[in-house]
Design a protein around this ligand. Structure first.
Ligand code: PEP
Length: 250
């Protein structure tokens, strides 16, 4: 039995005032205790998130991190800094980081190693573009993204991780993968991990991300290998995010 996870990716959105309102709404709505609920905030708001959520049972994290421990890396943020603000999770390899900031599998794998070595939970994102899907390359693309990390970090490092399947064509587009499309990729990802270690595969939470909304979450989360969601736009509205958390508990 895997604990469902619902993680909000706020992306580069928010002000002190809107973060305060959003956190108050999520806290007041009390996401189900049977769902691991996480919010991944922009760096400047992490102290505010920590102050608001400490002791609430809701966890928080960041959307990226440096693979380096400390030093002359202007503009970067280390794993230890995230820990200093109580972060438990870090999104790694989001498609926006891959496409807009040229992140590639080897660097993402280094970040994965740094995050797991410190005991934080990476949310590793994999997913194909529309062109890749139409070319029939979905399985090959996501397997390559996954295996780059397994080969560098070892399959045992996945024991403390979360995997997120996020088809690029579904992120922020309003076009969601059908439950059948998503389940097929999730099952293939789990089977690939099982080839390396069946016990790790059985326990690995695999989240779906890509235009998950309050009205489509339940049918996605009902699929056998979909263990919750990574939520972008809908995580910015407390009521929508809470409904998605409740759908994961059902
Ligand atoms: C995301 O940013 O990870 C995401 C899934 O976004 P959205 O839910 O807005 O498609």
């Amino acid at each position: 039995m895997r604990t469902p996870v619902v993680a909000g990716n706020w992306k580069m959105n928010g002000t002190r005032a809107s973060v305060s309102e959003l956190l108050a709404g999520v806290k007041q709505g009390q996401p189900p205790s049977t769902v691991e609920t996480v919010v991944c905030a922009p760096y400047p708001y992490l102290p505010q998130v920590e102050a608001a959520l400490a002791g609430s049972g809701i966890r928080w994290g960041a959307q990226n991190v440096s693979e380096h421990a400390a030093g002359a890396y202007t503009g970067e943020v280390s794993v230890a800094m995230l820990q200093d603000f109580g972060c438990s999770h870090v999104i790694l390899g989001h498609s926006e980081r891959r496409s807009l900031f040229a992140e590639q599998d080897p660097g993402i794998a280094e970040k994965f190693v740094a995050v797991t070595a410190a005991g934080l939970t990476p949310i590793l994102c994999v997913g194909e573009t529309l062109e890749q899907r139409e070319a029939g390359a979905t399985g090959q693309v996501v397997e390559q993204q996954l295996m780059a990390v397994i080969q560098r970090a070892g399959v045992a490092a996945l024991a403390g991780a979360v995997l997120a399947y996020e088809p690029v064509w579904a992120i922020g587009t309003g076009r969601t993968a059908t439950p059948e499309q998503a389940q097929a990729v999730h099952a293939a990802l789990r089977a690939r991990v099982a080839q390396e270690d069946a016990a790790v595969a059985a326990k690995l939470p695999i989240l779906y991300g890509g235009s998950v909304k309050a009205d489509n979450a339940a049918e996605l989360f009902a699929c056998e290998d979909i263990d919750g969601g990574l939520i972008g736009g809908a995580s910015l509205k407390a009521d929508d995010f809470l409904q998605i958390c409740r759908a994961a508990a059902a």
